[in-house]
Design a protein around this ligand. Structure first.
Ligand code: HEC
Ligand code: HEC
Ligand code: HEC
Ligand code: HEC
Ligand code: HEC
Length: 450
């Protein structure tokens, strides 16, 4: 991919420099205006890094995602179109604002720059007029907003905006506008922004979304002659979801997800004799590094769970959370299962997979830090779960946390109604969180792992 882009880049750069020097003679007359600002391909010549990173991101994929397309199709059918632009207003927001779609069923016929969360959408956001369901106001003045206070001359107008400056907390409200979803029936099913707002990270001097999700590095913001060196920001924004159809830099995306997941949780495993419960394994999980709950966002479709196995010799004497490939975790007949997720229910109280029907949710997630003061009782926010083990003491006990961005209960349901191609099921990853892989062995005595 890098090579293809590099090849594209050489001739394109020549044009870009010509454009840039052309504007320097007519500084007040931007040449990149109007509809030309909507197409990311028009940014590529000068912003190749941001373009490459964004091209392999879930933002670029948001309108291509086959699970999204399947669910939206099914929702339109089952509500007779009454749900309208609910889904597309975040997954293809430009198309909705430009009046090119009402229900998202025609996304495939629109130019690709109308799908997904694009450069133009984020960089035209001029105000946040609410806290959920994408209340972003888009400017029509052709000014490209960003975090640079003194932008060099370019073919487009530019301006500093605190909504785009990850050094200040208001920038979280731009991201949060979409990363918080309330269903038509009023269930607050995605709460990443409100979780962040209630956490330590929203306090003065703490960390905006961009501080964790858009890493900075030294470089040039635009590859044009004389561009100043400054801090530029990663647009990959990987987390859990991955492309499920051929897409730009899929391997890079999976690797970025793995890196972040490996460094998200801290885990501890203890085996001990207790007066009340006898022999137990105690698993402690600490959401030490996410700026919101873990998991967060689409937690109604996402599953994270603990796999714990006790051995005597090679024989398994106890296990929990051992999940087969392509089998839904929730279908496991396992009374001890520690499963982190949201469950959603419709207005009649029935559990549902299709979250647009949700009127209520139940949630079991790991909470984020709420205070940096170690004397505050709320400081300790790790969660412990106890498993009873059969006597005698096992030789070793292993644990790990596994995670699926979307699970098979939802996917099988979409395949059953003919909305999703069953081939997609082969592409669903199950990640292992590196920081949670622990092993206790009997020779250490009743001491916990680190
Ligand atoms: C011909 C080159 C060129 C093209 C094409 C171009 N830009 Fe720029 N852009 C620049 C330059 C130069 C800067 C200023 C960089 C600096 O000051 O370090 C800039 C700055 C920016 C900034 C930062 C503004 C700020 O104040 O923080 C954003 C965001 C941006 N461009 C987005 C875009 C988008 C989106 C497109 C495509 C619609 C685009 N640019 C197309 C040259 C270009
Ligand atoms: C216009 C709405 C919108 C805005 C604004 C927005 N996002 Fe997103 N974001 C989305 C959508 C939609 C997806 C998921 C696409 C999918 O999975 O199909 C997403 C995906 C992501 C993911 C990947 C999630 C995963 O599970 O893999 C991260 C991380 C993310 N966004 C962070 C941010 C940050 C940080 C900002 C602010 C700088 C931001 N987003 C602004 C709509 C938005
Ligand atoms: C999800 C929202 C989002 C999308 C989509 C997005 N950007 Fe950005 N971009 C940002 C934010 C936020 C910053 C500012 C980070 C900071 O300065 O703290 C930024 C910064 C920039 C900058 C300034 C240099 C830098 O790296 O900080 C350029 C140039 C830029 N973006 C271009 C683009 C282009 C081109 C695209 C599409 C290919 C794009 N952006 C897509 C949110 C987005
Ligand atoms: C202190 C750092 C930090 C801050 C602040 C932060 N995040 Fe995250 N975020 C993480 C980590 C770590 C993960 C988990 C790793 C992963 O999912 O791969 C994560 C995961 C996510 C995910 C995937 C959801 C999931 O189930 O894990 C989304 C979406 C997301 N963040 C968006 C945001 C938004 C939007 C904000 C601001 C409102 C924000 N984040 C603030 C660190 C942070
Ligand atoms: C307010 C904005 C918003 C609305 C409305 C919205 N989404 Fe999303 N969607 C997001 C964001 C943000 C993410 C990424 C969250 C994360 O990864 O935690 C996402 C992720 C997804 C995903 C990938 C993760 C998963 O759950 O499998 C699918 C599929 C999806 N959305 C489908 C839909 C459908 C279908 C609708 C309408 C019924 C819809 N979305 C409505 C913002 C929105």
């Amino acid at each position: 991919m890098t090579r293809t882009l590099a090849a594209l880049f050489v001739p394109a750069l020549a044009g870009a420099i010509a454009l840039a020097s052309c504007t320097s003679t007519t500084p007040d007359e931007p040449t990149l205006t109007g509809d030309a600002l909507l197409d990311p391909n028009n940014c590529l010549p000068c912003h190749a890094d941001q373009f490459r990173e964004w091209s392999g991101s879930m933002h670029a994929y948001a309108g291509e995602d086959p699970v999204f397309i399947a669910m939206n199709k099914r929702m339109q059918r089952e509500t007779n179109g009454q749900a309208g632009s609910f889904c597309v207003s975040c997954h293809a927001p430009l198309a909705v604002r430009a009046g090119k779609t009402v229900d998202g069923l025609n996304l495939g016929e629109l130019p690709s720059f109308m799908r997904g969360v694009t450069c133009a959408f984020c960089h035209a956001a001029s105000a946040v007029e609410g806290t959920h369901n994408n209340p972003l106001r888009l400017a029509t003045d052709g000014v490209v907003r960003g975090g640079i206070a003194d932008p060099a001359k370019s073919p487009h107008r530019s301006a500093y905006s605190e909504l785009h400056d990850r050094e200040v907390l208001p920038s979280s409200s731009m991201c949060g506008a979409c990363h918080d979803v309330v269903t038509p029936a009023g269930a607050h099913i995605e709460r990443t922004f409100s979780e962040w707002n209630a956490s330590l990270y929203a306090k003065p001097g703490q960390l905006s979304c961009g501080k964790c999700h858009m890493e900075g590095r030294e470089g040039v913001a635009a590859r044009v002659e004389g561009a100043p060196r400054r801090r530029v920001h990663d647009h990959t924004m990987a987390a859990v979801d991955v492309a499920l159809t051929p897409f730009t830099d899929e391997d890079g995306q999976r690797a970025a997800v793995q890196r972040l997941l490996d460094a998200t949780l801290l885990a501890k495993l203890c085996v001990k004799q207790t007066p009340a419960a006898g022999l137990v394994a105690e698993v402690t999980l600490d959401n030490a590094f996410a700026g919101h709950s873990f998991p967060s966002g689409a937690a109604q479709d996402r599953r994270a769970w603990v796999e714990l196995i006790a051995y005597r010799g090679d024989a398994v004497v106890f296990s929990s959370g051992v999940v087969e490939e392509k089998k839904a975790v929730a279908a496991l007949p396992d009374p001890n299962l520690w499963l982190l997720r949201d469950k959603v229910f419709d207005a009649a109280g029935k559990e549902v997979h299709m979250f647009w029907r949700a009127a209520r949710y139940e949630s079991e997630l790991l909470p984020p830090a709420v205070t940096a003061d170690p004397t505050d009782p709320a400081f300790y926010h790790a969660v412990t779960r106890t498993y009873s083990l059969p006597q005698p003491v096992p030789d070793r006990v292993t644990m790990r946390v596994r995670m699926r961005p979307v699970d098979f209960d939802l996917l099988d349901d979409l395949v059953a109604t003919g909305d999703l191609d069953p081939k997609i099921l082969d592409r669903i990853p199950t990640f292992e969180l590196g920081g949670t892989v622990k092993e206790w062995t009997n020779d250490r005595g009743f001491r916990c792992t680190d």
